[in-house]
Design a binder for this molecule. Structure first.
Ligand code: C2E
Ligand code: MG
Ligand code: MG
Ligand code: MG
Length: 288
């Protein structure tokens, strides 16, 4: 087949590439039934507040417990779910599950949910959030949506209007992975984010006097002036924690505090009962 394309454009058969393509195809097939089979679960990682040394809330992180492959991390299946459009239904499940779980937490705790750009079309995210809030009875002010810069890149106006509508409901909007995109600073002008999540790559190299340390300091200063809350991602050592404390970062998240754990392992006192049994009562708002 490669030969028939002629000399100039000959494609070399690459078994590794072919294997990867087949692997992707299998995952894609399995993904289609995974939601109906109840193979997804959310794990929760604490957002630790430095001033009070308490847990301010948790970020919900999606996991896929594949019957044969075991736990598959989101970096593997989310890109596929995004390309196939499955992320829209999956994202709705995440919202419902996270909110029904968080409705049982102490009332001062927030839940952070990651959303994908694909959820933004046709005001889908707004509809999904409204429906998940009403199903769970969860207070909108305790919900934080984590978005990345790629979400603001396309169709800026409509996306911004949607974020504004969410804001008007009381939902907080956090800019995730801050500093890794092409024009991070520009996005700070486009929308009044409530929170900036400084990407792990800066925290990894935070040693005193480093470029990363100077950048973090500048970002914290900027966030303060723009009235945005700050959190550092990927904190793994006491040294990093100490530096962030000195620099005045408000919250930290990372393996030093805790990895993401299943809901039943959270170190909290439950206040309420689950309002909905998310897996059994889940119905997509928008049929596929
Ligand atoms: P993210 O939103 O930036 O989440 C932080 C990631 O860093 C998580 O990886 C978390 O487990 C990991 N992490 C936390 N602390 C540390 C640390 O101290 N060291 C290191 N090395 N890593 C740490 P995870 O759970 O594998 O998620 C990866 C990405 O997948 C997330 O990055 C997010 O972009 C995406 N994702 C996860 N859940 C969802 C979801 O429900 N919906 C969507 N659309 N995306 C999701
Ligand atoms: Mg996140
Ligand atoms: Mg992040
Ligand atoms: Mg990330």
């Amino acid at each position: 087949e490669a030969k028939s394309r002629g000399r100039g454009s000959a494609i070399i058969y690459d078994p590794a590439m072919e294997e990867l393509k087949q692997e992707r195809g299998r995952i894609e097939l399995d993904l289609r039934s995974a939601l109906a089979n109840g193979e997804f679960e959310l794990h929760y990682q604490p957002l630790h507040e430095l001033a009070t040394d308490r847990i301010a809330g948790f970020e919900a992180l999606l996991r896929w417990r594949h019957p044969e492959r075991g736990l598959i991390p989101p970096d593997v299946f989310i890109p596929i779910a995004e390309q196939t459009g499955l992320i829209v239904t999956l994202g709705e499940w995440v919202l419902r599950e996270a909110l029904s779980e968080a409705a049982t937490w102490p009332e001062d705790m927030t839940v952070a949910v990651n959303v994908s750009p694909a959820q933004m079309t046709d005001f889908t995210l707004l509809k999904q959030v409204i429906s998940a809030l009403s199903a769970s009875g969860f207070d909108a002010h305790r919900l934080e949506l984590e978005i990345t810069e790629t979400m603001l890149m396309q169709e800026c106006d409509e996306h911004l209007r949607q974020l504004e509508r969410l804001h008007a409901l009381g939902v907080r909007i956090a800019l995730d992975d801050f500093g890794t995109g092409y024009s991070s600073l520009n996005y700070l002008r486009s929308f009044p984010f409530d929170k900036i999540k400084i990407d792990r790559c800066f925290i990894t190299e935070i040693s005193a006097g480093s470029e990363s340390s100077a950048i973090i300091e500048a970002v914290l200063d900027l966030a303060n002036k723009l009235n945005m809350q700050t959190i550092a991602e990927g904190v793994e050592s006491e040294e990093q924690l100490a530096s962030l404390r000195t620099l005045g970062c408000e919250q930290v998240q990372g393996y030093l505090i805790s990895k993401a754990v299943p809901a039943d392992m959270l170190p909290i006192e439950r206040s309420g009962a689950r309002k909905i049994e998310a897996t059994s009562q889940f119905r997509p708002v928008l049929a596929e």
